[in-house]
Design a protein around this ligand. Structure first.
Ligand code: HEM
Length: 402
């Protein structure tokens, strides 16, 4: 088996999204053994690897996610860290909330929130599309969840959600901000959970999580808060993809009219944004037993890294992967393990993101609104630094709505 002996933590810090794809290319795409944060790991990638990774008999999640990532991005005790029956019970809560009729309702609320914001942007000079979109989405999703906050708090809530994501993969001030944001929000929402438990259950996400029972027990209020944040935070994370969508429309202006005119093209454009731009770099799990994959022994307990960004830029899966071409998704079924920005396999039974339908619906709504909005980008730095995780368009981008 290919082996890279040095601990790779520093290499990630320097190379960012290019780290794992580079390493795997140097080993001809075979599984690569490495060390990460002192742990033994094996990196794999490609649709067959995604299928293997999403077989729950092969890969477990408890202990797979490093503490600093739990203390910022996901929260202690989150659904992401559960296995087996505990995961099934918790996951059923999320799929019931996120994969039913609520998808269209949330997409409509986000659309209304965007229209109201666009009215404020008109004539207001340069605005940061990133910062504004974060508030547009977090406003709509908190309303949809049944959480009411006054305006000042709503802006602070959006900022905290962004901080948790922005600082999970780095040391220093960004990471400190992320920890603080999580502590503050868990504390506030745990108090809210206690209040809601004194009221009768209602169908919104806040109440459903507050009253959720597993094996006859309620979640402790802090874990309930963690799971409510696991709806509001990733929904607000769609801000990154809206900024990337605006970036793509600016550099490929011919896409704009097609997005505006055709739902089908808008959906293809959204998929291409999710494939092309850097967001989740890789996913981590642990070998649940002694495994064998692509001529490689994987001892039980080994950390497994699934190379998401590498798979989306592999020419064997996506011809000319560095071309941004929404057309590749027109009239074409997408394999369960092929396009994996939100994980692979069945979201109801495995760890695949239960918010993927929401992501596709909300982004479809927002990119069409953006394509139809009259705006321009003043001169600015549109580069994307892929050594920064999560990557961002350097300037935001900033837009002017005349
Ligand atoms: C920017 C868009 C999004 C991206 C890129 C994204 C990505 C992901 C990824 C990579 C995973 C982990 C899969 C795994 O561990 O195997 C995940 C899980 C999850 N996502 Fe998303 N997601 C997005 C939007 C959403 C939304 C909108 C929601 C909720 C409204 C959501 C809720 C969740 C939850 C609860 C999990 C945990 C699932 C589990 O462990 O069973 N995500 N997402």
């Amino acid at each position: 088996m290919a082996m890279d002996r040095l601990d790779q933590s520093l290499a990630i810090a320097i190379k960012g999204y290019a780290w794992l794809p580079d390493l795997r290319r140097r080993h001809q795409g075979r599984p690569v053994a490495l060390r990460l944060l002192g742990r033994r790991a094996i990196a794999i990638g490609g649709p067959a690897a995604a299928r293997f990774f999403y077989d729950a008999a092969n890969v477990e999640r408890h202990d797979a996610i490093p503490g600093p990532v739990l203390d910022t991005l996901f929260g202690r005790g989150a659904v992401h860290t559960l296995d087996g029956r505990q995961h099934d019970l918790r996951k059923a809560l999320f799929t019931a909330l996120l994969m039913g009729d609520g998808v269209e309702t949330l997409a409509k609320l986000v659309g209304v929130s965007f229209d109201e914001a666009a009215d404020r942007w008109r004539g207001a000079g340069e605005i940061s599309l990133f910062d504004e979109t974060a508030v547009v989405i977090s406003d709509a999703v908190t309303l949809w969840c049944g959480v009411r906050e006054n305006e000042r708090d709503r802006n602070a809530l959006a900022r905290d959600m962004i901080s948790m994501i922005d600082g999970f993969a780095t040391a220093g001030p960004r990471h400190a901000r992320a920890r603080l944001a999580r502590r503050r929000r868990e504390h506030r929402l745990a108090e809210l959970m206690e209040e809601v438990r004194r009221e009768d259950p209602s169908p919104c996400a806040l109440s459903a999580i507050a009253h959720h029972m597993a094996d006859g027990y309620l979640l402790d209020a802090r874990t309930a808060a963690v799971e409510l944040i696991n709806i509001i935070r990733p929904a607000t994370a769609m801000t990154w993809l809206v900024a990337f969508a605006a970036h793509a429309m600016e550099l490929r202006p011919e896409t704009r009219a097609k997005i505006a005119d055709s739902d089908e093209y808008a959906a293809a454009f959204v998929h291409e944004v999710r494939r092309f731009y850097p967001f989740a770099p890789f996913l981590a799990g642990r070998a649940a037993r002694d495994l064998y994959f692509q001529h490689t022994d994987i001892p039980r307990g080994t950390e497994l890294l699934l190379d998401v960004y590498g798979q989306h830029h592999d020419p064997r899966v996506w011809p000319e992967p560095y071309e941004f071409r929404p057309e590749r998704f027109l009239r074409r079924p997408i394999g369960e393990f092929e396009l994996i920005p939100q994980g692979g396999g069945d979201p109801r039974t495995g760890h695949r993101c239960p918010g993927e339908q929401i992501t596709i619906a909300v982004l479809g709504t927002l990119v069409q609104r953006l394509a139809r909005l009259e705006y321009y980008l003043p001169p600015q730095d549109l580069s994307i630094d892929i050594t920064r995780i999560p990557a961002r368009v350097r300037s935001g981008p900033r837009i002017v709505v005349p």
